[in-house]
Design a protein around this ligand. Structure first.
Ligand code: PMP
Ligand code: GLN
Length: 382
């Protein structure tokens, strides 16, 4: 394995899902839902297969999906895009992240991001030979620390990699925090790459603010999202990137040689999903918020753990020190055997592991009865 990929052995999700399987544990580790998404979307994929759409789709994505992504950005955020030049379909958000960083960063360029970070960020930055500079978000509120964010920027900063709503913290960045990021990006003439895969999972009536909608940002922002979370199809791997035409063209150049194209029949199906009514989106958010409330109550009220109540995403972070844990990774490696539940340690998403030594991430994208069963099992740890 090449030097720049040393230390990226196997993802924490694979490790914890394997343990969950081995011990027949309730898997609150890897974030994937246990309920299918909208029927119309699933049926549309079958219809596309039956209609013979089984050969290579066009490189940038099938026209109806390009149109649907542009229409979605306009409908929810008032962002206007030319579907042919400003939208690119990718193999999940994961490919969009990798292709974008590979397209924008020369070896040695710096990428500013927050930690904890989604694990593919560090790996994609490393693949590009770029250098990661991070600012720590601290439990329990995970607020942006202005001084540490500013200190992460330099004349070598090429881009800022943002994620809101944020995995693994569940944090939804505030407008003030986004404005700070904008002003630093402008000051250091950096691109902003924003991962918004949880855009439709913002709770308590909160608002998802795409950074591309802030003044002067559309021309320096590439926005990434995916069908995985919004339509509960994490196995379909349909994502997209939108932004200025020249930047999207650069990402397309890289994407051609990573995967050439994405899976054909799922693309028209995702287009159907993006066209569903506002009530479908709202119902999904409501369901997930109710599931959040079940898991938060179990961890905070029943187990008595300090918890950061997430404003969005699939995830809640708890501090398990009160259960006698001194190390979250060791705790999570034992948890499936000990309690029949799987979770993931937050420290693996950090450069500064001490910032999250006893923090553990639990996923609540599961049916309420499953979450209650997990709660019952976790209660034995008291
Ligand atoms: N970004 C974040 C923040 C995620 O949590 C995930 C994974 N679920 C992804 C990207 C990857 O999305 P996809 O499955 O569409 O590649
Ligand atoms: N994004 C999901 C999570 O954070 C799953 C990612 C994965 O398995 N690579 O749990």
């Amino acid at each position: 394995l090449v030097q720049r990929m040393q230390g990226f052995g196997s993802t924490i999700f694979a490790e914890m899902s394997a343990l969950a399987l081995e011990h027949d544990a309730v898997n609150l580790g890897q974030g994937f839902p246990d309920t299918d998404g909208p029927r119309e979307v699933l049926d549309a994929a079958k219809a596309a297969i039956d209609a013979g759409r089984n050969q290579y789709p066009p490189g940038p994505g099938v026209p109806e999906l390009l149109d649907a992504v542009a229409a979605h950005q306009d409908r929810f955020y008032g962002i206007s895009l030319d579907p042919r030049s400003q939208v690119l379909v990718t193999v999940g958000a994961t490919e969009a992240i990798a292709a974008t960083i590979l397209a924008l960063c020369e070896p040695g360029d710096e990428v500013v991001t927050f930690e904890p970070y989604y694990d593919s960020y560090a790996a994609s930055i490393a693949l590009a030979g770029a250098v990661r500079r991070t600012s720590v978000l601290r439990f329990p509120d995970f607020a942006v620390d202005e001084a540490s964010l500013r200190a992460a920027f330099s004349e070598r900063t090429r881009l800022v990699l943002l994620n809101t709503p944020h995995n693994p913290t569940g944090k939804v960045f505030t407008r003030d925090e986004l404005n700070l990021i904008c002003s630093l990006a402008r000051e250091f003439d950096a691109w902003v790459v924003t991962d918004e895969v949880y855009e439709h999972l913002v709770f308590d009536g909160g608002e998802h603010v795409p950074i591309a909608t802030l003044p002067g940002m559309a021309e320096r922002t590439l926005t990434i999202s995916s069908a995985a979370k919004t339509f509960s199809v994490t196995g379909w791997k349909v994502g997209w990137v939108t932004g200025p035409a020249e930047a999207v063209a650069a990402v397309r150049t890289v994407k051609q040689f990573l995967t050439y194209v994405g899976s054909g029949p799922f693309q028209p199906a995702v287009a159907v999903g993006l066209g569903l009514g506002d009530d479908v989106y709202a119902g999904f958010t409501r369901t997930m918020q109710a599931q959040r409330d079940v898991l938060v109550a179990a961890l905070r009220d029943e187990l008595g753990l300090p918890v950061s109540v997430p404003g969005g995403t699939y995830f809640v972070i708890a501090d398990v020190a009160k259960l006698g844990a001194r190390d979250g990774l060791a705790f999570c490696r034992e948890l499936p055997a000990r309690a029949g539940v799987a979770a993931v340690p937050v420290s693996v998403f950090h450069d500064d592991e001490d910032a999250a030594r006893t923090l553990v991430r639990f996923a609540f994208c599961k049916r309420e009865d499953v979450l209650r069963e997990a709660a019952r099992r976790l209660a034995q740890l008291r």
